[in-house]
Write a protein that binds this ligand. Structure first.
Ligand SMILES: Cc1cc2nc3c(=O)[nH]c(=O)nc-3n(C[C@H](O)[C@H](O)[C@H](O)COP(=O)(O)OP(=O)(O)OC[C@H]3O[C@@H](n4cnc5c(N)ncnc54)[C@H](O)[C@@H]3O)c2cc1C
Ligand code: SF4
Length: 316
């Protein structure tokens, strides 16, 4: 690990200003992703700004009838919150499908959203990776791509986003709240937070340098039956090959978002209009532009079958 300097942030605005004003600075929250990447020298920040002392660890009700989740709320606490379990069951289930109890105790809401891909070539510093080293190439394209994206990928990168929580938040239309280095704040719909890789897979979100996530707002509950199913290589401690978050209303309408298939949580609202016509019609819209490899073509039928199973579960 490279040496780095360290400070504890005293306010969100000061943290953002310090991050923008210090060369090669990064925020650290639970550290469960960042520290691993630093040990492998995939991330080499010269300065860490520890945000754990900020008062961003509460879950509060909003005036609109929703919930505001502080950026530092731990995944365990979010999954266990009685309001989340009652009104946002898909979120609680997605969180509990992620990582392990020990990791969830440390992992924060903001850190989970911003965790980096699990593409094995991203972790292997001997091989080219446009995300790790822009312009170096992509070892996954033409390599072993069993875990990789089947939709929304590019010639530069076919990695997937690994978060379970973000998939449920996408189904719930969460909004990300931030503070910028100049002290200004903004709200970013989760649909717009993560980018597709395009020619710059190293740029993963629309956050500006130094911009700090302060909270995630959930709109007022939409009801319905909520389910999350994650298909993975083993029952725990593994990332999704495919996952489905679904919210189904009694009249058969609903929302679906998928994980493990793209560089961001994958939801196409127009596909949801096909729900009354059946799973095949929904999947056809979700994957209209799919481009799979020999190794990951299995994800397309797997996603359709998982979607069918989740919808069946939600309707019974
Ligand atoms: C073995 C293992 C298995 C795992 N399995 C799963 C799984 O199955 N599903 C899943 O979803 N996840 C899984 N994870 C990932 C885990 O959920 C993430 O590591 C965790 O959520 C990251 O949160 P953190 O607070 O530790 O982030 P950190 O490691 O502290 O930070 C991650 C990134 O977020 C940035 N950041 C942190 N807070 C802020 C903020 N407030 N504003 C702006 N930027 C910020 C940091 O600078 C850094 O770039 C696994 C991790 C491990 C190690
Ligand atoms: S898929 Fe993306 S993360 Fe993986 S090697 Fe290619 S560029 Fe790197």
């Amino acid at each position: 690990m490279r040496s780095f300097s360290y400070e504890r942030a005293t306010s969100p605005g000061a943290a953002a200003a310090a991050a923008a004003g210090t060369a090669n600075a990064k925020f650290i929250a639970g550290g469960t992703n960042l520290l691993d990447l630093m040990k492998l020298e995939i991330e080499t920040p010269a300065h860490l700004i520890d945000v754990n002392g900020l008062a961003l660890d509460r879950i509060e009700e909003t005036a609109e009838g929703g919930l505001r989740i502080g950026a530092l709320v731990r995944n365990t606490d979010l999954a266990a919150d009685a309001r989340v379990r009652r009104d946002y069951g898909v979120l609680s289930r997605a969180l509990l499908a992620g990582a392990s109890g020990q990791l969830r105790n440390k992992a924060t809401t903001a850190g989970n959203l911003l965790q980096r891909t699990r593409c094995p070539y991203f972790y292997d510093t001997n091989l080219p990776c446009n995300k790790r080293k822009p312009g170096s190439g992509c070892a996954a394209i033409g390599g072993f791509s069993r875990q990789h994206a089947v939709v929304g990928a590019s010639e530069a990168c076919i990695a997937t986003h690994p978060s379970d929580m973000a998939v449920a938040m996408r189904a719930l239309d969460a909004v990300i709240e931030t503070v910028r280095p100049d002290g200004g704040t903004r709200s970013i719909p989760i649909a717009d937070l993560h980018r597709l890789p395009g020619d710059n897979p190293e740029i993963e979100t629309v956050l500006q340098p130094g911009e700090l996530i302060t909270a995630v707002a959930l709109p007022k509950p939409v009801g319905g039956t909520q389910a999350y199913r994650k298909v993975r290589d083993r029952a725990s401690y593994a990332f999704a090959l495919v996952s489905v978050a679904a919210i189904v209303q009694p009249d058969g309408t609903g929302r679906v978002a998928l994980g493990g298939v793209a560089h961001k949580p994958w939801r196409i609202e127009a596909a949801e209009a096909e729900l009354p016509r059946g799973v095949k019609a929904v999947a056809a819209r979700l994957f209209a532009d799919a481009k799979s490899t020999r190794d990951n073509a299995y994800k397309l039928p797997l996603a359709e079958r998982t979607l069918a199973a989740v919808l069946r579960e939600a309707r019974t």
